[in-house]
Design a binder for this molecule. Structure first.
Ligand code: DCS
Length: 499
């Protein structure tokens, strides 16, 4: 019997309106079109003027052929099947240090099993390892009790379920947002996890604009202006989100700028939510990643002086283990009563997945000089990071050579965010197609070349400006073809709509 769901108790109109309000462009309409084109190509090769779809829309390195780091996978394999540790063949198949590391981790896992729930903040031994890694990174003490191991944040955002999965960023929004009168200061352009998460939790997004002219600079005067404007409308601003290195903008903050940000948060009584998931992805030789924790401590601010949450993920860096869903947040500067509530909320989820937890510990404590895996690890890590830097530069130069396009450097992260100045006729054609001008450009680019980028409107941008985000992740041998396709598409597009 045919059904049209008329008897379903849930309709689009009766869904939680917060869910309807939430948008997430990285997997938006353009990706549905790309998937349809991919099916066409499979069923009917030659049906489009390109051979394959190139997904430059999402920071998902292994989906584009990046290989995992050998040491990480050896440890994971051994932890997942501990009987391997007792087999004689294992010592010829796996490196000594991966066997040693896996044995240590297996001893730390409840029931020596990756299939058991752990402590809700994550396995204590792994948190000890992460805290030790943070101490080496920052040169300041880190407390394993401040670490909350988490699954990745994105699935909860992308879900249409009104039951919000409480994962790192979500958990913070859940804890901070009481009503639409509570606001969170977020960069524009921003990774839409933040706008989506604030919408799902019913809060108010308070935008601050990054300055494209100064390489996506973060100006304290802009923060002050937006904070005061929000306060005047009765909004209580509770936190400041800083993404460093930036997504989609790729800038790496200077130390002095970070100090100003810390002072601003302290003076204004804001929680500093530091998204530091791209901390390993630095390409500009004159730039260095400094964690906000290190900045705070080096300014003499201790745990009681400033509330800071730092997010890290196994999905990014040189490892790109997106599907393993691992990460952590380091939560400092909250009272014991508040900490208890954090723990309670974490407990509702029981625990994050154990493979993700193990990977988070490996990422924060990789092989060291003298370990058998060290040379291979270093070669794999540096090979990936150097190649990413070359890809970023080639694409940046290509964008800057196009008529009407300017593109800031990717100093870090995994993206370029070029600005496109489109002819009036193109903007009119987009209006007629009921699309934002950059969405129109992106769809036309996809249909002509198979290259998938995300329109700037999905990240927010100064009104009247248009951009798109392109990842630097396709394998290096594909980059020349992407550049030539982009260049020839852009030329034709501009000629078609020339005023
Ligand atoms: N924070 C930032 C700044 C991100 O870019 C991402 C993912 C996340 C958090 C969440 O990642 P995980 O949930 O995997 O830990 N980046 C998305 C993006 O822009 N492209 O791919 C995913």
């Amino acid at each position: 019997m045919a059904s049209n769901y008329t008897t379903s108790p849930v309709t689009a109109e009766s869904l939680n309106p917060k869910v309807l309000k939430c948008e997430y462009a990285v997997r938006g309409e353009i990706v549905s079109v790309a998937q349809k084109l991919q099916q066409d190509l499979q069923a009917n090769p030659g049906s489009h003027p390109f051979k394959e779809i190139l997904y430059c829309n999402i920071g998902n390195p292994q989906s584009l052929g990046q290989k995992p780091i050998t040491f990480f996978r050896e440890v994971l394999a051994l932890c997942d099947h501990p009987p391997l540790l007792d087999k004689t063949e294992t010592s010829s198949l796996f490196s000594k240090d991966s066997i040693k590391r896996a044995s240590t981790i297996v001893d730390q896992m409840p029931g020596r099993a990756t299939g058991a729930y752990s402590h809700s903040q994550g396995i204590k031994g792994l948190r000890d390892t992460i805290a030790a890694g943070l101490e080496i990174r920052d040169g300041f003490p880190a407390d394993p009790n401040d670490i909350f191991l988490t699954d990745g944040a994105s699935p909860g955002v992308n879900s249409t379920s009104p039951v919000i999965v409480m994962l790192k960023v979500h958990m913070m929004m859940q804890l901070l947002i009481r009503s639409e009168k509570d606001g969170i200061l977020c960069p524009i352009p921003q990774y839409p996890l933040y706008s989506a998460s604030i919408a799902l939790h019913g809060g108010t997004l308070v935008r601050y604009y990054l300055d494209e002219e100064t390489g996506w600079g973060l100006e304290i005067s802009e923060l002050k202006k937006q904070l005061e404007a929000a306060r005047k409308t009765g909004i209580t601003v509770r936190a400041l989100v800083v993404i460093n290195p930036g997504n989609p903008t790729g800038q790496v903050l200077a130390e002095e700028n970070q100090r100003q940000i810390v002072d601003f948060c302290k003076k204004e009584g804001l929680v500093l939510l530091a998204d530091e998931v791209y901390q390993e992805n630095i390409y500009a030789p004159d730039k260095k990643f400094n964690s906000f924790k290190k900045i705070c401590r080096s300014m003499g601010y201790g745990d009681k002086d400033i509330s800071l949450v730092s997010f890290q993920s196994v999905s990014k860096g040189y490892h790109g283990e997106c599907g393993k869903r691992g990460g952590y947040m380091e939560v400092t500067g909250f009272s014991p009563e508040v900490r208890e509530q954090f723990y309670k909320v974490a407990s509702v989820n029981l625990c994050s997945n154990i493979s993700g937890q193990i990977l988070a510990s490996l990422v924060m404590n990789p092989p060291k000089v003298g370990d058998e895996s060290y040379d291979t690890y270093l070669a794999e890590r540096d090979g990936i990071l150097k190649s990413l830097a070359r890809r970023a530069k080639t694409l940046e130069d290509a964008f800057n050579s196009l008529e009407g396009v300017t593109c800031n450097k990717a100093e870090g992260a995994m993206y370029l965010f070029p600005r496109i100045r489109l002819p009036k006729k193109a903007i009119k054609a987009a209006e007629e197609a009921k699309k934002a001008a950059d969405a129109y450009y992106a769809i036309r680019l996809l249909n002509a070349t198979g290259v998938v980028v995300v329109p700037g409107s999905g990240f927010g941008q100064v009104p009247g400006t248009w951009h798109f985000r392109c990842t630097i992740l396709p394998q290096e041998d594909k980059i020349p073809a992407i550049v030539s396709q982009l260049t020839s598409f852009h030329k034709k597009f501009m000629d078609e709509f020339r005023d």
